[in-house]
Ligand binder design. Structure first.
Ligand SMILES: Nc1ncnc2c1ncn2[C@@H]1O[C@H](COP(=O)(O)OP(=O)(O)OP(=O)(O)O)[C@@H](O)[C@H]1O
Ligand SMILES: [Mg+2]
Length: 238
């Protein structure tokens, strides 16, 4: 890890009309780090990631990415600056092939020239996608679709990937496999923010953790210094 701050979120508020989903959230992610954000259903995890990606506009606060202000920037611009989202529910393009889904991932001007090289690299990391490259995305298994969603996000050559519940609905053996690959990606220098409901898995993977409850960060720290009881209390708000 370089010690350089990749992402710095301060004082963030996000509303859906009159409903406030995020309250004064602050978060810091260092370059090369895996940071996890955990919390129960409705805690505001996806709202946070979607706001960092530019899909939602904050009503207040700053989002800095390597010192540049990103709050309110359109999603295609945040992708071009190096932030890529693996959205909740995978959201692969169902009636496009694996190959076509991946090509769409490299639509930004910055990543287009490296498309073939990127494809080669990702087919190496996810060999199953190579063997299925002409298969329609909606005919892939859940685990394969999740791998495709991650690979598609990586096609834009991001510096940071935001992963929204990549283990949801998958068998433990597949989850382990996906996490193993994520570790390889991180070892190669990628900064990662992981949103999960699975407390154990995401704490194990991360070097810094944030627990959210009802739109607020209620606990943060190095997972090795947080006790299971502290985390559970914060998670359930008890
Ligand atoms: N489009 C929307 N319009 C209005 N309210 C919304 C909208 N999307 C989310 N919310 C509300 O914002 C809150 C936070 O939702 P969010 O999806 O960020 O939670 P989450 O932590 O990702 O939950 P989950 O683990 O179930 O995915 C919830 O109370 C939800 O009902
Ligand atoms: Mg969510």
């Amino acid at each position: 890890m370089s010690g350089i701050i990749a992402l710095k979120v301060t004082n963030l508020d996000v509303h859906y009309k009159d409903f406030q989903a995020i309250w004064n959230v602050a978060m810091e992610v260092k370059e090369g780090q895996i940071v996890s954000v955990i919390g129960a259903n409705g805690a505001g995890k996806s709202t946070l990631l979607n706001t960092i990606s530019g899909l939602l506009n904050p009503t207040q606060g700053n989002i800095e990415f390597f010192g540049e202000n990103m709050a309110g920037l359109a999603p295609h611009k945040t992708v071009d600056r190096g932030i890529s989202l693996v959205p909740e529910g995978r959201r692969v393009f169902p009636r496009l092939t694996v190959y076509e889904n991946l090509v769409i991932g490299s639509y930004t001007p910055r990543s287009r020239p490296g498309r073939d090289e990127g494809l080669g690299r990702l087919y190496e990391l996810f060999p199953i996608l190579k063997t299925r490259h002409n298969q329609m995305a909606d005919t892939l298994s859940g685990g394969e679709q999740q791998m495709l969603a991650i690979a598609r996000a990586l096609m834009s050559e991001p510096k940071l990937i935001l992963c929204d519940e990549i283990s949801l609905g998958l068998a433990p053996v597949i989850i382990r496999d996906i996490y193993r690959r994520l570790r390889i990606i991180n070892d190669a220098g990628m900064t990662v923010v992981l949103v999960e409901q699975d407390i154990k898995r995401s704490l194990k993977a991360a070097t810094q953790a944030y627990v959210m409850l009802e739109g607020k960060v209620v606990l943060e720290g190095d997972p090795s210094s947080l006790t299971e009881e502290q985390v559970k209390k914060a998670y359930f708000g008890i």
